[in-house]
Write a protein that binds this ligand. Structure first.
Ligand code: PLP
Length: 462
């Protein structure tokens, strides 16, 4: 019990007045900028006008802006943030005690809102700019359902139409997610669907497919570009999303500075890279400017290993090849993760910013198998009182691994990880784990080769 007498509280909350007023654009501090997005028709860097046909104007501008370090958070967005932020920075005393580790463990908890994840931070920003432009509504895809829920909430708040293409296997596995979105007024379609040309094409080529994020993105883009007054919005991968998610890292940094805490290791799960990118942004900025050093670890599923086994190449962000191309670590836009894969983090590619930092050796990446992820989730839930999302539990797994390493070496490292959300809608997966029926799947090199073959056909990769 000695530890509880230390002066760091269990939860560090900021006052409203201490909340960040601007997002931080890490690209401004990168000497070598990420490669530009390419127009899929011309294979040339995409222009603001071209990008504005897909995204609303201000978001397209943010997407292309790699020089402005701070971008003011509009006061309407800040007001919305105040409903569920600041998010607590928690000292995991109980987990430390259970592990008997000399390490100090902190996590930033982003699950304190109905969407149950950090995705609301960007959903409200994207919906705000769409509303400001006078649009009728937005279309999007959702995999596990958190992004669709977050966007539905933001659209309901601002009075915008919201059409969500939900990956078919999630639509079937997570009926309650669907109903939350409908409660917030969204229109939800299982993807691939017969409602778009690209959906019909994918269904004809792969009858009975359970869908993928890449397919759902193509459908959502088509739905947006074929209707007057609609634009497409995306919950991860893009640089604008990472910009909005920088609020996670900025709050964390303010809270840590307040108590003189300096993390040694910073860990986050990586799907498309937005929470990890947002959490590490201000810390990576310090590292890039030579002011401090940190050990960053991206954690991804062994069944969808874009950083650890992917290629750094130009790729389409979607299966239908209608989105701009991004230079990133990717498994190929045709890659579809194994059906036994339970948690989110199913995307074939990775944020171009994180891909670039990883390529330059500024960040480590690890892949973990899902049964070990759920073991960590269960252990964490039992001592810290929060039922974590499977996605977040990838970060928990590696935080525990690092803390156990400290136990062996006696090092008193300070470990920070992002707890991106709660897992109440993932009880089918937890059930499988509890019944001992969960299995691991690691794709073979041959299986990955199919996705890579598509990359070789892209002219700019030749
Ligand atoms: C979407 C999601 C992720 C992964 O997305 P990133 O863009 O990589 O952050 C992680 N955790 C939760 C809870 C999510 O909803």
């Amino acid at each position: 019990m000695a530890k509880t007498s230390e002066k760091i509280p269990y939860k560090i909350y900021l006052n409203e007045s201490e909340m960040p007023k601007a997002w931080y654009n890490l690209r401004a501090d990168m000497k070598h900028k990420p490669a530009p997005l390419l127009n899929p028709e011309t294979m040339q860097p995409i222009t603001l006008d071209e990008l504005s046909a897909v995204f609303c104007r201000e978001l397209a501008a943010q997407e292309l802006d790699d020089t402005t370090p701070y971008i003011e958070i509009p006061s309407e967005v800040l007001d919305f943030y105040k409903m569920y932020r600041p998010a607590p920075l928690v000292r995991a005393y109980c987990l430390e005690e259970k592990l008997q580790t000399p390490a100090k463990i902190y996590y930033k908890f982003e699950g304190n809102n109905t969407s149950g994840s950090h995705k609301l931070n960007s959903a409200i920003a994207q919906a705000y700019y769409a509303k400001k432009q006078g649009l009728k509504g937005v279309t999007t895809e959702t995999g596990a359902g958190q992004w669709g829920t977050a966007l539905s909430m933001a659209c309901a708040y601002l009075g915008l139409d919201c059409h969500v293409y939900m990956v078919k296997c999630s639509y079937e596995q997570k009926p309650f997610r669907r109903e939350v979105m409908r409660t917030y007024g969204a229109d939800v379609t299982p993807s691939p669907s017969e409602t778009t040309a690209v959906g019909r094409k994918i269904l004809a080529e792969h009858p009975g497919t359970s869908g993928s994020l890449g397919c759902a993105i193509s459908e959502a883009v088509e739905a947006a570009t074929s209707q007057e007054g609609y634009r497409y919005v995306l919950g991860s991968v893009l640089s604008q999303v990472m910009l909005h998610q920088s609020v996670i890292g900025l709050e964390t940094k303010i809270a840590m500075d307040k108590y003189g805490i300096k993390p040694d290791v910073i860990i986050g799960c990586a799907g498309g890279g937005s929470n990890l990118g947002g959490l590490i942004a201000p810390f990576m900025g310090e590292k890039l400017r030579g002011e401090a050093d940190y050990h960053f670890i991206a954690v991804e599923p062994a069944s969808c290993p874009s950083l650890t086994r992917g290629r750094f190449a130009y790729d389409y962000c979607d299966t239908g090849k209608v989105c701009p191309l991004s230079k990133m670590y990717t498994l190929g836009s045709g890659f579809i993760p194994a059906a036994n894969h339970s948690g989110g983090l199913r995307y074939h590619g990775m944020s171009s910013i994180l891909s670039h930092l990883y390529d330059e050796g500024l960040m480590e990446a690890r892949s973990v198998e899902q049964t070990r992820v759920f073991q960590a989730a269960q252990g964490f839930a039992r001592v810290e009182g929060i039922l974590p999302a499977p996605e977040s539990s990838h970060a928990i797994r590696v935080a525990i691994d690092e803390a156990l390493k400290c136990k062996e070496t006696g090092e008193e490292k300070t470990i920070l990880f992002g707890l991106t959300g709660t897992g109440y809608f993932d009880m089918v997966a937890y059930g499988k784990f509890n019944d001992g029926l969960m299995t691991d799947y690691i794709p073979s090199d041959e299986e990955l080769a199919t996705g890579f073959a598509g990359l070789d056909e892209i002219p700019v990769n030749k």
